[in-house]
Ligand binder design. Structure first.
Ligand SMILES: Nc1ncnc2c1ncn2[C@@H]1O[C@H](COP(=O)(O)OP(=O)(O)OP(=O)(O)O)[C@@H](O)[C@H]1O
Ligand SMILES: [Mg+2]
Length: 417
């Protein structure tokens, strides 16, 4: 990578990776600073940290925060018995993930560690353990395997299978647009993983590209299985404090509404939003603030994916629309239904279940049409009534004029006499 240089200190290397991971600056900006460091005279003591600060790519507060995290990682390496920390893999809203060696089995693992500042919050720790326990129940080739969970010296850690590869987010953030078959092949692996989870009564609730890993053999591994996103996260996002939780680009409308009976259909929506992003290159609903994105999930009609990428078949577009209906009652009911349609599209056949859904919608609009006709009919009846009244008026007028004529005739006869 861009930091694999002999001149870089270990601290610089970690810092360079972290400023990009935490989106303080771009990979390109770090690269520029690394180049500048190389150009400087060998006796120039400037560190990467100083150059980043000089160029105002990061603030001193941000650097201070990162320094603490790096020191914490050093704490971790000396504290977790049986594991040797090799480096940082990444960080998210809730934890930091390290690459480590499980000494007893001499294998590489990933260790998710809860930062100390969160440990005081008991619900946070509870959620951390919950993720470990739930993941431990899973046994599926497309789900990141849980290995161990524990606490030492106030640090909570969760050991899991190390996935050597990348996240789907890495690909998408580079602007990759997947071709239809490639996207379906990846999504089908997730459908299978989620079918397994759902069969055990477990809902993921946070399916998104950052939680989808792809290993070197192109096998998909779903991460963070069991990490329940509490409504408080959504509240935070609604209040615009949600930056730490990420923008809710993939969340189902019923989760935004804070429904408590979230079921597998929420995962279907999120997977649909992920597939939408993969084949169109953009998220389904974009806005500058998380709360605006959420409003759009609730209200704004979805642009059919084949309107954005015209190379897509109508079939995949219909499946995505079927996955992402706002009312979960109109969505695929379960992963088996979804798998049937996705496999059909993959084999060049029409997605029959989505079609049926659209037929239902067509029927609904037909019914609406009939209602409209009835209304038009009412108008016709109304007009006929008018004509009837008009006819009556004409008859009365005719009778009156006839009577008037008769009276005039009688008057003339009388006058002639
Ligand atoms: N089992 C693993 N093997 C290798 N790398 C991993 C593993 N689990 C997580 N990572 C890396 O660590 C990063 C941080 O993961 P984490 O789950 O803490 O946050 P996230 O999913 O990226 O974001 P968020 O907290 O918003 O959900 C991931 O983006 C990924 O790059
Ligand atoms: Mg994650």
């Amino acid at each position: 990578m861009f930091l694999a240089d002999n001149e870089m200190t270990n601290y610089d290397t970690i810092l360079g990776r972290m400023v990009v991971d935490q989106r303080f600056c771009t990979e390109d900006e770090v690269r520029q600073c690394v180049e500048e460091k190389k150009k400087r005279a060998p006796d120039d003591p400037s560190t990467l940290e100083q150059i980043l600060l000089d160029r105002r790519f990061v603030t001193s507060t941000q650097v201070g925060r990162l320094r603490n995290q790096i020191h914490e990682s050093k704490d971790v390496s000396t504290q977790i018995p049986g594991y040797k920390i090799l480096g940082k893999l990444g960080s998210g809203a809730m934890a930091v993930v390290y690459k480590a060696k499980q000494v007893s089995l001499d294998r590489t693992v990933a260790v998710k560690v809860l930062p100390k500042k969160f440990v005081q919050k008991s619900d946070y720790v509870e959620r951390f353990y919950k993720e470990g326990r739930v993941a431990a129940k899973m046994n599926h080739n497309n789900i990141v395997q849980a290995i161990d969970v524990g606490e030492i010296g106030g640090l909570y850690y969760f050991v899991m299978e190390y996935v050597e590869g990348k996240t789907l987010y890495d690909d998408l953030s580079k602007g990759k647009i997947f071709n239809e078959d490639e996207a379906i092949d990846l999504i089908l692996q997730l459908v299978s993983a989620l079918a397994h989870a759902h069969s055990l009564g477990l809902i993921h609730r946070d399916v998104k590209p950052k939680n989808i890993m792809i290993n070197k053999e192109n096998v998909v591994k779903l991460a963070d299985m069991g990490l329940a996103r509490e409504t408080s996260d959504i509240k935070a996002a609604k209040n615009e404090q949600g930056k730490a939780f990420g923008t809710p680009y993939y969340i189902a409308p019923e989760q935004i509404r804070g429904l408590v009976d979230i079921d597998g259909r929420a995962d279907i929506y999120a997977l649909g939003a992920t597939l939408f992003h993969m084949v169109t290159g953009r998220v389904p609903f974009e806005a500058s603030a998380p709360s605006e994105v959420m409003k759009k999930h609730l209200k704004e009609p979805l642009t059919p994916p084949d309107h954005i990428n015209t190379a897509l078949t109508a079939g995949i577009s219909e499946v995505i629309e079927g996955m992402m209906t706002k009312d979960r009652n109109n969505r695929y009911r379960n992963m088996d239904e979804l798998m049937t349609d996705l496999q059909a599209v993959r084999e060049g056949r029409p997605p029959l279940l989505a079609r049926q859904k659209f037929n239902v919608e067509a029927l609904e609009s037909l019914e609406e049409g009939m209602a409209l006709e009835t209304m038009v009919g009412d108008e016709n009846m109304y007009s006929e009534e008018l004509i009837g009244k008009y006819r009556m008026f004409v008859i009365i007028l005719g009778v009156l004029s006839a009577m008037l004529g008769l009276a005039v005739l009688l008057l003339l006869i009388l006058m002639l006499k």
